[in-house]
Design a protein around this ligand. Structure first.
Ligand code: UDP
Length: 270
């Protein structure tokens, strides 16, 4: 019989997202910061911790690197670790295979996250899902991620804020494209289709509020210019590839964001 113990310090997560499970006899919730040891007996550990939005992880860089390094040490016995496409940083190889070391600015503002996630990945027998820009319902609204900025902006009738130059690319993977697998070492999990931010803004505009304006704004330092996964390994080892196209996933995210906020109730949908 499976029993799930869920630990979170709610820095970015929320109990609202767990509503469905709270009260379930085989589910337990603990408020816990992963930088401290957690003394409980378990069969498996899925270590999914660390704020992923640049705004959050840059806010306290020391805490970020501690969360990734000390947090992973205190979770010894870990079965699955979620990594990030950020370990490739501003890649010079495109698309990025798992073997690519990345192109990091070690004194840059993003390094606490990039180096923190990369530093724990060697010599340990664990499964590492290297996740590329996930999007979907229940994301925090207005916390700086591009999808969760653009959709509320479009729903409110505010201009979409493309950070310059707008030609930078990301690959967006819908959250239901999850994976089950049994291979150790890092495996890229992401959508092999790359989008420039201008294309993403045009798509959100077309799908949600065609009359919306788009404006260019200043970017943050060290923003990677391109990112796209090589998913040959996921295809070969896990027989996995993403199913949901961006044009299908964005409306599902929009629907959830409308429900989340009364603010959007009077806005018209297309
Ligand atoms: N971005 C943007 N407008 C926004 C927020 C982000 O154009 O309102 C851009 C940002 O400059 C970056 C891309 O979207 O190039 C992805 O940013 P996000 O923070 O979502 O992901 P990450 O940079 O961590 O891959």
């Amino acid at each position: 019989m499976r029993f799930v113990i869920f630990a979170d310090n709610y820095v970015t997560g929320s109990k609202e997202n767990l509503e469905k499970w709270i009260g379930h006899p085989r589910f337990e919730l603990i408020r816990h910061d992963v930088r401290e040891p957690l003394l409980i007996e378990v069969d498996r550990i899925y270590h999914l911790v660390c704020p992923a939005s640049p705004i959050f992880y840059k806010y306290n860089p020391v805490k970020t690197i501690q969360t990734n390094v000390i947090g992973t040490l205190s979770m010894s016995g870990v079965i699955l670790l979620t990594s990030t496409s950020e370990v490739y940083v501003d890649p010079l190889i495109h698309p990025q295979p798992e073997s690519y070391w990345g192109n990091v600015n070690p004194i840059g503002v993003r390094s606490c996250y990039d180096e923190g996630k990369a530093s724990v990945q060697h010599g340990i027998e664990i499964r590492i899902a290297r996740i590329f820009n996930t999007y979907g319902p229940r994301m925090n609204i207005d916390v700086g991620r591009v999808g969760s900025n653009f959709i509320p902006q479009a729903l409110r009738g505010d201009a979409l804020t493309i950070q310059k130059p707008g030609t930078q690319t990301r690959s967006f993977c819908y959250l239901s494209d999850m994976v089950e697998g049994d291979d150790t070492g890092p495996i890229n999990i992401g959508n092999p289709g790359g989008f420039a931010m201008v294309e993403l803004a045009e798509t959100v505009k077309e799908l949600i509020t065609p009359s919306i304006e788009i404006k260019m704004v200043e970017n943050t330092p060290d923003d990677p210019r391109q990112r796209k996964p090589d998913i040959s390994k996921a295809k070969e080892v896990l027989s996995w590839e993403p199913m949901v196209k961006l044009r299908e996933g964005l409306p599902l995210m929009e629907e959830n964001f409308r429900l989340k906020s009364k603010l959007y109730c009077n806005e018209s949908s297309t």
